[in-house]
Write a protein that binds this ligand. Structure first.
Ligand SMILES: Nc1ncnc2c1ncn2[C@@H]1O[C@H](COP(=O)(O)OP(=O)(O)OP(=O)(O)O)[C@@H](O)[C@H]1O
Length: 739
């Protein structure tokens, strides 16, 4: 019989199966998810009783002090080893989110005007509760969550209050995290490495290395990821990836966590265990909000609060257990043995008739939900038809408790309101003195910010250089481990280099073979160009999805990411192109002069860097499928105007300007000059007559006699910088468009 972890409240009794330690060797989701630790241990920075918890962590203190959630017992008496607990996380305030008259519309073009996706909805999501946003596809669930998380801000009307005060978006974003449906993780990092990156970026200098290690170990233990800690993310199961996504965000202990369909792609057992984990996080005092499609009855009853949308309007908000009575009161009787979640979805989609409007009216009249009271008002009206239990009352008490703390302070109250209404008060509760601001200080909202009323720190938890350095190391490590990006490329450069070397063996000094040699040089430029561009088009979108997740969760800036990416790519690109070019150069018998070797290698590397930047631009701007097509297709005109297929003089004058836009032209021209230019002596002729014994004549034939190698170098460098800047701007634009 599986030992169990029993969670009791006056309204709910949930049994979380907890496997014994003996079963830990199995990394399957069933086992590992089921080892989620006690909700008490997952509290929002556990320690301490009473006042500090009220203040800083929203943790589960004594009910009298915190007024938080009911006590949860851990029945798991047979644990051999004491379970880890999250005692070292930064302390956080409990956060309640209230929104009223929230509307959102999108433009559908000039003719069709605006389409309303959310229509004047109201609601309150509270700390200590696991909230589900449900509704049929297209009802507006993700839209609502994106707006609440602060990812969508334009065209939004209505108000969003945080702990009863106007939301300050930046501060709120620092205290919340958004865990997306797809687990956007870097495939070649292990769990532990990923956790260290997260800790270093999110906790900054506030914590020592040892403290960070403790935090990481605790989280891994808590989320049963210890056994897989040294496994690369690419090899993790779906459930483990989901838990890693949660673990990465837990590092700085955000009091608000948004989850977009956290159970998608998981089997029923893993779904249950995933929701158990979320519930445990909520029980630790966090505000956990997730969209969910159609949960099983078992999953459904695990949620504390339900917010149901249909056509952008709320058709139910309140306790999960209050749903069926509410619907009954509207003459919508959920049949026995029918999953209420399915039933409400059927109602929302109109399967039982046109009820949406009536339900919306009922919700607006306050027949369900918490009533439209602010969190700061302790006397929330308890709706008639909803089964409000003691837990929700305790939340009201919690608000009162917070109020007391705010009135009598010694410790910084972290305030997420607008600066002009920022309240900093100190707590005079007896125990609070030695708990003090230090424990309340968080890496993201440091006490000085609250104490001194400085303008809001625009920055991230760590400095720009620190972010750059951490990301540079991470990108470097990822590239090194990437079989496709690194090992395969190195192999292909060597093999193709040797092949070309054998094909054009020793032709470089032969005047009879100058045309073949020009072909060899052109192919070299083309090869370095394509091998730099295509892998970037293929891999950058994955990196970008990770970047978007981390950037939106306030880990680091776009600048740091982009600069680190650029710098980490450089050495690899230089080495790959260098290896190929050197092999080809020596095997094909090009002039053995150091300066020529250097010039030839440099110009090819520069061409590769420009091509790689183009790959980055394409990867940043479009999807992989489009990029894979557009990359080579857009390269064709560039190659056409390179000067190899058509001489400059042969190009119609109205098209000649295009040759200046062809970066391949500069690459090819520069390579030709480094081999045949700079007053090279007459070539050896292996036949009776060689027309191009004089290299200058050959350059003249190629319309390169007036070309300047350094102009080519300058042009390629300018292309490199220009395309990198454009790519950066594209990324910035894309980020903006997401909000
Ligand atoms: N930019 C847009 N232009 C037009 N319509 C949009 C736009 N963005 C979203 N919508 C529409 O808004 C509605 C709500 O979208 P949203 O993604 O919030 O739905 P959802 O409830 O999360 O659906 P699902 O469960 O399928 O993900 C959908 O009908 C969608 O087509």
């Amino acid at each position: 019989m599986t030992p169990g972890l029993k969670m009791e409240s006056k309204s709910t009794q949930i049994h979380l199966p907890l496997m014994g330690r003996g079963s830990r060797g199995d990394l399957s989701d069933k086992v590992t998810f089921s080892q989620i630790k006690s909700p008490e241990q997952l509290n929002n920075g556990q320690l301490l009783g009473g006042s500090q918890m009220n203040l800083c962590n929203g943790g589960v203190g004594t009910a009298a002090m915190t007024g938080l959630v009911p006590k949860i017992h851990n029945d798991c008496g047979d644990q051999k080893k004491p379970m880890a607990s999250l005692t070292h996380l930064p302390k956080r305030p409990p956060v309640d989110i209230e929104f009223s008259d929230l509307s959102y519309s999108v433009s559908e073009g000039r003719k069709r005007g605006y389409k309303a996706l959310l229509k004047c909805i109201n609601g309150t999501f509270r700390s200590g509760e696991l909230t589900a946003i449900m509704g049929p596809s297209g009802a507006g669930k993700s839209t609502l969550m994106n707006i609440l998380a602060g990812y969508k801000t334009s065209n939004v009307t209505g108000s969003i209050l945080i702990n009863g005060k106007e939301r300050n978006l930046r501060r709120f974003r620092k205290l919340s995290c958004y865990i997306m449906q797809d687990d956007c993780l870097l495939p070649h990092l292990t769990i532990r490495e990923a956790m260290y990156v997260s800790a270093n970026l999110k906790l900054g200098k506030d914590m020592t290395v040892t403290a960070k290690k403790i935090v990481i170990d605790e989280i891994l233990e808590m989320l049963s990821l210890v056994d897989a800690a040294d496994t690369r993310t690419i090899n993790l199961s779906g459930g483990q990836k989901k838990r890693l996504s949660i673990a990465l965000e837990l590092v700085n202990n955000p009091p608000v966590m948004f989850f977009d369909e956290p159970t998608s792609g998981l089997d029923s057992s893993s779904c249950f265990q995933c929701i158990s984990l979320l519930k445990s996080l909520a029980r630790g005092g966090r505000t956990i909000i997730c969209t969910i499609h159609q949960p099983s009855a078992r999953l459904f009853e695990m949620f504390d609060f339900l917010y149901t949308l249909s056509e952008g309007q709320c058709i139910y908000q309140g306790r999960v257990c209050g749903l069926v009575p509410f619907l009954s009161s509207m003459s919508l009787h959920c049949p026995s043995y029918h999953n209420p979640a399915d039933y409400v979805m059927e109602v929302a989609t109109g399967e039982h008739g046109d009820w949406v409007h009536k339900l919306v009216m009922a919700v607006n009249k306050g027949y369900c939900g918490r009533g439209q009271t602010s969190t700061s008002s302790s006397s929330s009206s308890v709706p008639q038809n909803c089964n409000f239990n003691n837990q929700s009352k305790s939340n009201v008490e919690k608000v009162d408790a917070l109020q007391i703390v705010i009135d009598k302070p010694t410790c910084t109250v972290i305030d997420m309101s607008e600066p002009n209404i920022n309240t900093e008060k100190q707590n005079a509760l007896p125990n609070a003195t030695n708990l003090a601001p230090v424990t309340c200080t968080t890496s993201l909202l440091d006490s000085s910010e609250s104490f001194t009323k400085k303008p809001i720190n625009a920055g991230f938890p760590t400095s720009g250089w620190k972010q750059f350095w951490i990301l540079l190391k991470r990108t470097f490590r990822s590239i090194l481990r990437d079989q496709m990006l690194t090992h395969l490329r190195l192999c292909s450069h060597t093999v193709v280099g040797l092949l070309i070397g054998f094909l054009y063996y020793d032709i470089g000094h032969d005047a009879a073979k100058v045309m073949s040699n020009a072909g060899c040089i052109f192919f070299t430029v083309m090869f370095t160009m394509f091998t730099a561009m295509m892998p970037t088009i293929l891999t950058f979108p994955t990196e970008m999805s990770v970047f978007v997740r981390e950037h939106l969760n306030y880990w680091y800036s776009l600048k740091a990411f982009y600069f680190a990416k650029t710098m980490a790519d450089l050495p690899f690109q230089i080495v790959f192109s260098g290896v190929y070019v050197i092999i080809v150069y020596f095997m094909t018998g090009q002039p053995m002069q150091t300066d020529r070797v250097l010039m030839f290698t440099t110009i090819n590397i520069l061409t590769a860097l420009v091509a790689q930047s183009l790959g980055l631009l394409i990867g940043a701007a479009m999807k992989i499928e489009t990029g894979v097509y557009l990359g080579p297709v857009t390269t064709i005109p560039v190659v056409l105007f390179s000067g190899f297929f058509v001489n400059f003089n042969a190009i119609p004058s109205y098209l000649q300007w295009l040759t200046y836009l062809s970066y391949v032209r500069y690459g090819f021209e520069g390579a030709m000059l480094s081999v045949y230019g700079f007053g090279r002596e007459k070539l050896h002729c292996s036949e009776a007559y060689c027309h191009f014994r004089n290299p200058d004549m050959f350059l003249k034939e190629m319309t390169m006699d007036h070309a300047n190698f350094w102009v080519d170098v300058g042009a390629l460098s300018a292309f490199f910088v220009f395309i990198r800047v454009i790519s950066y701007l594209v990324l910035r634009f894309k980020l903006k468009m997401m909000q």
